[in-house]
Write a protein that binds this ligand. Sequence first.
Ligand SMILES: Cc1cc2nc3c(=O)[nH]c(=O)nc-3n(C[C@H](O)[C@H](O)[C@H](O)COP(=O)(O)O)c2cc1C
Length: 254
Amino acid sequence: MGDIQKNREFMKSNFAQMRGVISDQQKGKALPAFEKPTENGKEIISLPKIDEMKLEPVNLINLIQKRKSHRKYLAEEITLKELSFLLWTTQGVKEIFEVKGKPYVTKRTVPSAGSRHPFETYLFVNNVESLKKGLYRYLPLEHKVIFLGKITDQEEKITTATVGQRFCAEAAALFVWSCLPYRGEWRYHKMAHKPMLLDAGHICQNLYLGCEVIKAGTCAIAAYDQEKIDELIGVDGKDEFTVYLAPIGKIARD
Ligand SMILES: Cc1cc2nc3c(=O)[nH]c(=O)nc-3n(C[C@H](O)[C@H](O)[C@H](O)COP(=O)(O)O)c2cc1C
């Protein structure tokens, strides 16, 4: 089978082949963590709480009508409140759903097959109120961010890792979603992979709509150098790897 045909096969559902497959969940293996553990000694920053934000009501129909990809941003900072809103919009946890008195899944602002939520959100911050430049990771259970460190020559490295898409480096921040495939495989075994990629689309659509609310813009990014981005966010490329990116920035109002 050629490469193209193999990739087409990946786009199809293989749930009919589920019979006879025994997942780790069925074997009674431990539930994977809902979020990565925090690294010792790193600074953790609390984000404004969503229910204290007093957001203006919006017209969803207008937002959907206006949504488009933006690749030109103003050199204006994003406030911490706005970043907090976008993180909640894309991966915010609304509830920890329990089965037999034990945490089982997180319910979030976006749907996910089996509520597995197999992603982590990394942020390259460039121009966000009160945050130094560098790499962060969102902690959805706590609604906080952890500062992972400065990146030397951040703009250059991001531009190279996004195959020359400099607007990704010049944006106020760049969202990078990594996937931890075992979170899905634990339940769905070899059926997990297609649904996990579908899940990523919902996250980015919520980012588009969230950006419309705060007069910012974004652009989905699938053209990137896998190894370079994975190295920049510090993941192994095997048990965790980048699947999608999106820069955010203020836009000229129309
Ligand atoms: C999965 C996906 C990947 C994309 N990757 C890129 C990209 O790497 N670079 C880019 O400039 N735009 C990218 N886009 C944006 C599309 O080019 C854009 O959505 C399309 O041209 C339609 O324009 P609109 O979003 O303004 O309606 C991507 C969009 C999607 C949904």
